[in-house]
Design a protein around this ligand. Structure first.
Ligand code: ZN
Length: 178
Protein backbone atom coordinates (compact mmCIF):
# COMPACT_ATOMS: atom_id res chain seq x y z
CA UNK A 1 0.00 0.00 0.00
CA UNK A 2 1.51 3.30 -0.98
CA UNK A 3 0.96 6.36 1.14
CA UNK A 4 2.44 8.69 -1.38
CA UNK A 5 2.88 8.81 -5.09
CA UNK A 6 5.34 11.04 -6.85
CA UNK A 7 4.04 14.55 -6.53
CA UNK A 8 1.14 15.21 -8.81
CA UNK A 9 1.70 17.96 -11.31
CA UNK A 10 -0.95 20.31 -12.58
CA UNK A 11 -0.79 23.44 -14.70
CA UNK A 12 -1.25 26.64 -12.71
CA UNK A 13 -3.72 27.97 -15.25
CA UNK A 14 -6.26 25.33 -14.41
CA UNK A 15 -5.91 25.12 -10.65
CA UNK A 16 -8.68 26.88 -8.74
CA UNK A 17 -7.88 28.11 -5.26
CA UNK A 18 -8.40 25.31 -2.73
CA UNK A 19 -11.93 25.04 -1.41
CA UNK A 20 -12.71 23.47 1.96
CA UNK A 21 -14.16 20.30 0.49
CA UNK A 22 -13.91 18.32 3.69
CA UNK A 23 -15.39 20.40 6.47
CA UNK A 24 -15.89 17.54 8.87
CA UNK A 25 -17.43 17.16 12.32
CA UNK A 26 -14.93 17.20 15.25
CA UNK A 27 -14.89 13.41 15.59
CA UNK A 28 -13.81 12.80 11.99
CA UNK A 29 -10.61 10.87 11.16
CA UNK A 30 -8.70 14.02 10.21
CA UNK A 31 -9.44 15.73 13.54
CA UNK A 32 -8.40 12.58 15.37
CA UNK A 33 -5.19 12.34 13.32
CA UNK A 34 -4.46 16.03 13.97
CA UNK A 35 -5.00 15.54 17.71
CA UNK A 36 -2.55 12.62 17.65
CA UNK A 37 -0.04 14.73 15.74
CA UNK A 38 -0.39 17.64 18.17
CA UNK A 39 0.66 15.27 20.98
CA UNK A 40 3.72 14.34 18.89
CA UNK A 41 4.65 18.03 18.54
CA UNK A 42 3.08 18.76 15.15
CA UNK A 43 0.91 21.65 16.25
CA UNK A 44 1.09 23.74 13.07
CA UNK A 45 -0.33 21.97 10.05
CA UNK A 46 -1.27 23.30 6.62
CA UNK A 47 -4.87 22.76 5.42
CA UNK A 48 -5.72 19.05 5.14
CA UNK A 49 -8.49 18.28 2.67
CA UNK A 50 -10.29 14.99 2.19
CA UNK A 51 -11.11 14.58 -1.48
CA UNK A 52 -12.69 12.37 -4.08
CA UNK A 53 -11.03 12.03 -7.48
CA UNK A 54 -13.88 14.09 -9.00
CA UNK A 55 -13.00 17.01 -6.70
CA UNK A 56 -9.82 17.52 -8.77
CA UNK A 57 -11.03 17.82 -12.38
CA UNK A 58 -7.99 19.98 -13.21
CA UNK A 59 -5.69 16.95 -12.97
CA UNK A 60 -4.90 14.79 -15.97
CA UNK A 61 -6.51 11.38 -16.31
CA UNK A 62 -3.17 9.71 -15.44
CA UNK A 63 -2.77 11.69 -12.23
CA UNK A 64 -6.38 11.07 -11.28
CA UNK A 65 -5.73 7.35 -11.67
CA UNK A 66 -2.71 7.62 -9.36
CA UNK A 67 -4.90 9.06 -6.62
CA UNK A 68 -6.85 5.79 -6.57
CA UNK A 69 -3.84 4.05 -5.00
CA UNK A 70 -2.78 6.94 -2.73
CA UNK A 71 -3.58 7.73 0.88
CA UNK A 72 -2.19 11.27 0.80
CA UNK A 73 -0.62 13.47 -1.83
CA UNK A 74 0.55 16.97 -2.69
CA UNK A 75 0.15 18.90 -5.93
CA UNK A 76 2.89 20.78 -7.76
CA UNK A 77 1.52 23.92 -9.37
CA UNK A 78 3.41 24.50 -12.59
CA UNK A 79 4.26 28.01 -13.66
CA UNK A 80 2.99 28.47 -17.24
CA UNK A 81 6.41 29.56 -18.60
CA UNK A 82 9.15 29.10 -16.02
CA UNK A 83 9.69 25.68 -14.39
CA UNK A 84 11.94 27.35 -11.80
CA UNK A 85 8.81 29.08 -10.52
CA UNK A 86 6.83 25.87 -10.03
CA UNK A 87 5.56 25.68 -6.47
CA UNK A 88 4.18 23.11 -4.10
CA UNK A 89 0.52 23.59 -3.20
CA UNK A 90 0.58 23.82 0.62
CA UNK A 91 -2.60 21.76 0.95
CA UNK A 92 -2.25 18.13 2.04
CA UNK A 93 -4.83 16.04 0.23
CA UNK A 94 -6.22 12.77 1.61
CA UNK A 95 -8.04 10.35 -0.63
CA UNK A 96 -11.38 9.51 0.98
CA UNK A 97 -11.61 5.96 -0.37
CA UNK A 98 -8.07 4.87 0.48
CA UNK A 99 -7.80 1.80 2.70
CA UNK A 100 -6.11 3.78 5.45
CA UNK A 101 -8.65 6.60 5.45
CA UNK A 102 -11.48 4.05 5.63
CA UNK A 103 -9.75 2.18 8.45
CA UNK A 104 -9.41 5.46 10.36
CA UNK A 105 -13.04 6.30 9.61
CA UNK A 106 -14.10 3.00 11.19
CA UNK A 107 -12.47 4.20 14.39
CA UNK A 108 -9.37 2.00 14.26
CA UNK A 109 -6.58 3.49 16.41
CA UNK A 110 -3.99 2.05 14.04
CA UNK A 111 -5.89 3.61 11.13
CA UNK A 112 -5.78 7.03 12.80
CA UNK A 113 -2.04 6.64 13.45
CA UNK A 114 -1.37 5.57 9.85
CA UNK A 115 -3.38 8.50 8.54
CA UNK A 116 -1.49 10.88 10.84
CA UNK A 117 1.84 9.47 9.64
CA UNK A 118 0.75 9.96 6.00
CA UNK A 119 0.03 13.62 6.76
CA UNK A 120 3.53 14.05 8.22
CA UNK A 121 5.04 12.32 5.18
CA UNK A 122 3.44 14.97 2.97
CA UNK A 123 4.53 17.74 5.35
CA UNK A 124 8.17 16.65 4.99
CA UNK A 125 7.91 17.31 1.24
CA UNK A 126 7.99 21.03 2.05
CA UNK A 127 11.74 20.61 2.51
CA UNK A 128 12.82 17.08 1.64
CA UNK A 129 12.50 14.22 -0.81
CA UNK A 130 10.81 10.82 -0.79
CA UNK A 131 13.56 9.02 1.13
CA UNK A 132 13.39 11.48 4.02
CA UNK A 133 9.58 11.58 3.99
CA UNK A 134 9.36 7.79 4.36
CA UNK A 135 12.05 7.82 7.07
CA UNK A 136 10.17 10.39 9.17
CA UNK A 137 6.93 8.48 8.63
CA UNK A 138 8.60 5.21 9.72
CA UNK A 139 10.03 6.87 12.84
CA UNK A 140 6.62 8.09 13.94
CA UNK A 141 4.98 4.70 13.35
CA UNK A 142 7.75 2.98 15.27
CA UNK A 143 7.27 5.33 18.20
CA UNK A 144 3.50 4.82 18.23
CA UNK A 145 3.91 1.03 17.92
CA UNK A 146 5.86 1.07 21.18
CA UNK A 147 3.50 3.39 23.02
CA UNK A 148 0.97 1.95 25.42
CA UNK A 149 -2.76 2.69 25.23
CA UNK A 150 -3.34 0.84 21.98
CA UNK A 151 -4.31 -2.82 21.46
CA UNK A 152 -1.56 -5.28 20.68
CA UNK A 153 -3.09 -5.85 17.21
CA UNK A 154 -2.98 -2.13 16.44
CA UNK A 155 0.60 -1.90 17.67
CA UNK A 156 1.65 -4.92 15.58
CA UNK A 157 0.08 -3.34 12.49
CA UNK A 158 1.95 -0.07 13.08
CA UNK A 159 5.22 -1.97 13.58
CA UNK A 160 4.68 -3.78 10.27
CA UNK A 161 3.96 -0.54 8.46
CA UNK A 162 7.03 1.05 10.04
CA UNK A 163 9.17 -1.71 8.49
CA UNK A 164 7.55 -1.23 5.08
CA UNK A 165 8.11 2.55 5.23
CA UNK A 166 11.76 2.02 6.19
CA UNK A 167 12.17 -0.21 3.15
CA UNK A 168 10.47 2.39 0.95
CA UNK A 169 12.83 5.02 2.36
CA UNK A 170 15.85 2.90 1.41
CA UNK A 171 14.49 2.24 -2.06
CA UNK A 172 13.78 5.92 -2.61
CA UNK A 173 17.32 6.81 -1.55
CA UNK A 174 18.74 4.24 -3.97
CA UNK A 175 16.57 5.62 -6.80
CA UNK A 176 17.64 9.18 -5.99
CA UNK A 177 21.33 8.29 -6.06
CA UNK A 178 21.17 6.67 -9.50
ZN1 ZN B 1 6.13 11.31 -0.81
Amino acid sequence: MKSCWPLLVVAMLFLPSPVPIGSEPPSDPVSKAKAKLALAGYTELPPVLVVEVDDLPQLSETLRREILSSTAFRIVIQHPHDPAKDRLDPVIYLYRHSQIYRLAEEGSEAGIALLAASIVHELVHDYADEGRAYAVEAGLLEKWALASGMSIDDRMLLAQFALVKKEQSKNAQIRASR
